[in-house]
Ligand binder design. Structure first.
Ligand code: ADP
Ligand code: ASP
Ligand code: MG
Length: 420
């Protein structure tokens, strides 16, 4: 069994959907679970629909028509593949929009945004069936079971694994074809409500399927030839990494390398399933292999830049040490407000954190801290992470900018610097 993941860019128009067929036909007689994201920028647009619904903005119907038209025109170019299902899904959304949104924003979000993947798989599955690549569709909401945390649902592993295994069992009458098409990013909570697993979560969904199915390998098909030592959109002279360890991949993703969702590696590592990142425009090329490795030769310096950071320094008003109880209060607030720490450091009477600059959340944090703490902050910062660093690489990346905070471990240096 193989698990493939096709992201938004790989199904952004009719030609791309055809290309999915071309790739699948390179693997005849193989059992493949194909996890598909929403097409192109559909998820962003559905986020706008949610916002308009919650704000009772009349623009909501226009936004929805745009999404419908986009999918219909792709379907039309592909012999009307998925057209009926598109109509049905759009009708369901319209019906939802006529009712009052749930009072909890994130629940409204999941009701609407989860439909993007249903639209894309409707088209992909029917197109493939029409073009001689028989497949069945599996509704991911029936097998990916999670807690109730809308927009960031946690997978219930035991239940999810047993449902996936049952769905793929050869004796299951719905499992006729070798290829199964399913959705990334979405699932259902134990109470049966639709949920999403966090933006860019389809990579993670694919890893969940790979884990449950004991897959022989997983391939993520991308618009890049593999994992580079830096994001090719922002850095010149990048090099493709041919092989990297699970450990390196998880560190790079965790620090913000957006090529793979950070949660993807753990389920694969647990079952020692190799992960390939390959180009959907050059599917025969080698790509990058992420696997269990201690290969010292792969230690090429990698850089990750996270712009839009704010550095917050928190000091107790009474000049006391930032002791465990103070940290307890601060961590409790951060966790409650859903603010993740990208880097932290403490001195005797000050605790500094570097976090993504979401102005609303930051404002609420400051208000909550203002009773017991003095808070200072710097905005417009970038968090630079270099794995396998050396002085030359640091100098090149920092490029004479002021470094506000720095932390070095044996393999990784992180620096908060002013934006260029
Ligand atoms: P998908 O549609 O599969 O979710 P993404 O757009 O999320 O694809 O990821 C692919 C993009 O990730 C590439 O276009 C590239 O710009 C970016 N990227 C960021 N860091 C890296 C890296 N280290 N190596 C390769 N690509 C990277
Ligand atoms: N469609 C979702 C998103 O755009 C999930 C994914 O593509 O991985 O975030
Ligand atoms: Mg992605």
């Amino acid at each position: 069994m193989k698990v493939f993941k096709f992201g938004g860019a790989s199904v952004k128009d009719a030609a791309s959907v055809k290309n999915v067929g071309t790739i699948l036909s390179m693997f005849p007689d193989e059992k493949i679970c194909v996890v598909v994201s929403a097409m192109g920028k559909t998820t962003n647009l559905l986020e706008k629909v949610t916002e308009a619904w919650v704000n009772q903005d009349v623009a909501v119907l226009e936004l929805l028509s745009g999404i419908e038209q986009f999918h219909r025109s792709i379907a039309e170019e592909l012999n009307d593949s998925g057209k009926l299902l598109i109509k049905q899904i759009m009708n369901e959304i319209r019906q939802l929009l006529q009712s009052a949104p749930p009072s909890y924003y994130d629940a409204a979000y999941d009701l609407i945004v989860s439909r993007g993947e249903l639209l894309s798989t409707a088209i992909v599955s029917e197109y493939l069936n029409q073009s001689g690549i028989p497949n069945q569709m599996l509704d991911a909401r029936k097998v990916i079971v999670t807690n109730e945390a809308n927009r960031n649902a946690r997978v219930s592993w035991k239940e999810t694994t047993s449902r996936i295994v049952a769905a793929f069992d050869d004796s299951n009458p719905e499992q006729e074809a070798l290829i199964t098409i399913t959705q990334g990013f979405i699932g259902s909570s134990v109470s049966g409500q639709p949920v999403t697993l966090g933006r860019e979560g389809s990579d993670y969904s694919a890893a969940v399927f790979a884990f449950a199915l004991d897959a022989g390998q997983m391939i993520i098909w991308k618009d890049v030839p593999g994992v580079f030592n830096a994001d090719p959109r922002y850095f010149k002279d990048v090099v493709k990494l041919d092989r990297i360890s699970y450990r390196d991949a998880i560190e790079l993703a965790y620090f913000g390398a957006s090529v793979i969702h950070p949660k993807t590696i753990q389920p694969l590592q647990n079952k020692n399933i190799p992960l390939y990142v390959k180009s959907f425009t050059d599917p025969g090329a080698e790509g990058t292999l992420i696997h269990q490795s201690t290969d010292a030769k792969s230690q090429i310096p990698s850089f990750i830049s996270k712009p839009g950071q704010v550095l917050v320094s928190i000091s107790p008003k009474d000049f006391s040490f930032v002791a465990e109880d103070g940290l307890h209060t601060i961590f409790g607030l951060l966790s409650h407000m859903g603010i993740s720490i990208n880097m932290m450091q403490n001195s005797a009477i000050s605790f500094s954190i570097c976090v993504d600059d979401h102005p609303d959340k930051i404002k609420r944090l400051f208000t909550a801290l203002s009773g017991d703490f003095n808070v200072k902050y710097n905005r417009n910062l970038e968090l630079v992470t270099i794995r396998y660093y050396n002085k030359k690489v640091i100098d090149k990346i920092v490029n004479k900018r002021a470094v506000l905070l720095e932390q070095k471990s044996r393999l990784t240096v992180q620096m908060v610097v002013e934006m260029e």
